[in-house]
Design a protein around this ligand. Structure first.
Ligand code: SAJ
Length: 421
């Protein structure tokens, strides 16, 4: 019977998972290399904005079942939940590559603590065959063999930021074992808190499942974004056209927007393109379409401003990658700001979740008074549709609006000061 679990990486996935296991009967050691994160947690705080997580983490720590520290301990199970970002400066040839060095380092740190009967789970999104071809041999340097002496599985997290605690419990969970017995061991661990269906498969299939899910979303958003450009060219309202097309029983077009951000959907498809560039032209192109959407948005802003943004004051509303989260990773807003600045605009932003933005050599602070800033700006660009925004008030106060999320459409429809995607 597994009792003690080490969770490596206390980020968006590791921390909720550790807290969940700790409140479901396990003794959990949460391990992170970042001392600031550890200190915050030890003081009852939290470094991530996610509904319910602070309370759950605190409950887990106060019960004594969750301890956070910077070193591993002997345990029955090890869960690796470290980030797999992409490598900086590898896109000279148009390709981006996964940085699996954190996965490798975490795996290496587990090896000395492996004992017969242990379970090792990789949760980090990884290129196909990472578990079998990279993680397995590193762990086997311990002298123990996967599938014979210890259990090794890949089990991707698939939760939606903003809904993590609910989705961790309710979503279907895929567990890919290096052998079928490994997968069963994985199931025993997750069954302690997962109420959704638990599906067992092999490790590489589980890796592909995760990448296929996010790639599907990326490709579909790219299509919606391309439709928005076509709609602009042919002077129709893309939102209206999509709404009507979606009345067809087998059509479900997603929403166009300023581009795709976040650490998942804008990153994961590259893992497939990188692994098999010769057979992934569609996935690659979709990535490029979404990456270029900020350019299209800046073009709309220039049009709205009479042809150029030079010396115009532009206020961005919302800089996080999607509404109601505090995450700016890969956010299209950062590209919109960069392009506007490059073209000589004077850029301000407002975001209730991001008091300060420090990116690419520039620093900005969120405007303290949203409506005052909206009145002063030559043009307001709605980039992220936070639910706390009062859109009718924004419409009333702004001189010009570029709306990338169809938020002021209902009230602003026909208003000469609103351009939409
Ligand atoms: N977006 C659009 N149009 C849409 C939907 C989204 O432009 O119609 C944009 C959003 O504004 C955002 C980006 O796409 O910039 C991604 O947002 P999201 O809400 O679609 O997804 P994430 O990145 O927050 O979470 C995704 C989820 N995957 C899927 O829905 C297939 C989540 O379940 C995964 O666990 C997560 O990626 C992950 O960790 O991989």
């Amino acid at each position: 019977m597994m009792r003690k679990v080490c969770v490596l990486g206390l980020g968006y996935i590791g921390l909720p998972t550790a807290a969940m296991l700790a409140t479901h009967g396990y003794q959990v050691i949460g391990v992170d290399i970042n001392d600031r994160i550890l200190a915050t947690l030890q003081n009852g705080g939290i470094h991530i904005q996610e509904p319910g997580l602070k309370a759950l983490a605190r409950q887990a720590m106060e019960s004594g079942n969750l301890t956070v520290q910077n070193r591993l301990e002997l345990a029955d199970a090890f869960i690796i939940a470290v980030p797999t970002p992409f490598l900086e400066h590898t896109d000279l040839d148009g390709y981006k590559r996964a940085d699996i060095s954190y996965v490798m380092a975490a795996t290496q740190s587990v090896a000395p603590y492996l004992r017969p009967g242990c379970l090792v789970v990789l949760e980090s999104t990884s290129p196909p065959r990472t578990t079998t071809d990279l993680v397995r041999p590193l762990l086997e340097q311990s002298g123990l063999q996967a599938g014979r002496d210890f259990h090794l599985v890949y089990s991707p997290e698939r939760v939606l930021p903003g809904q993590i605690l609910r989705e961790l419990v309710e979503n279907a969970r895929v567990i890919g074992g290096v052998t079928p017995e490994c997968a069963q061991m994985g199931r025993d661990l997750y069954a302690s808190f997962v109420k959704g269906e638990i599906v067992l498969t092999d490790a590489t299939t589980a890796e592909m499942v995760k990448l296929m899910e996010n790639t599907t979303r990326d490709v579909n958003i790219a299509l919606a974004n391309e439709f928005s450009r076509l709609a602009h060219r042919f002077q129709i309202n893309v939102w209206e056209a999509i709404q009507i097309a979606n009345l067809h029983p087998r059509v479900k077009i997603l929403n166009p927007g300023p581009g795709v951000g976040g650490h998942c959907i804008s990153v994961d498809p590259w893992f497939l393109v990188e692994a098999a560039p010769d057979i992934t032209p569609l996935i690659h192109t979709a990535r490029q379409v979404n990456d270029r959407q900020p350019e299209f948005v800046v073009g709309l802003v220039a049009d709205a401003c009479g042809g150029s943004v030079a010396d115009r004051s532009i206020l961005l509303l919302g800089v996080t990658y999607k509404p109601d989260v505090d995450d700016v990773r890969e956010s299209p807003a950062l590209q919109v700001i960069r392009l506007l600045k490059q073209k000589g605009a004077v850029v301000e932003y407002h975001d209730p979740y991001i008091p300060r933005l420090d990116h690419d050599g520039w620093q900005l602070e969120s405007a303290p008074d949203l409506l005052g800033a909206a009145r002063r700006a030559d043009c307001v660009v709605i980039v992220t549709n936070h639910s706390s925004y009062d859109y009718p008030a924004i419409l009333e106060n702004a001189q010009l609006i570029v709306d990338t999320r169809n938020m002021v459409n209902a009230t602003g429809n026909g208003s000469p000061k609103v351009s939409r995607l």
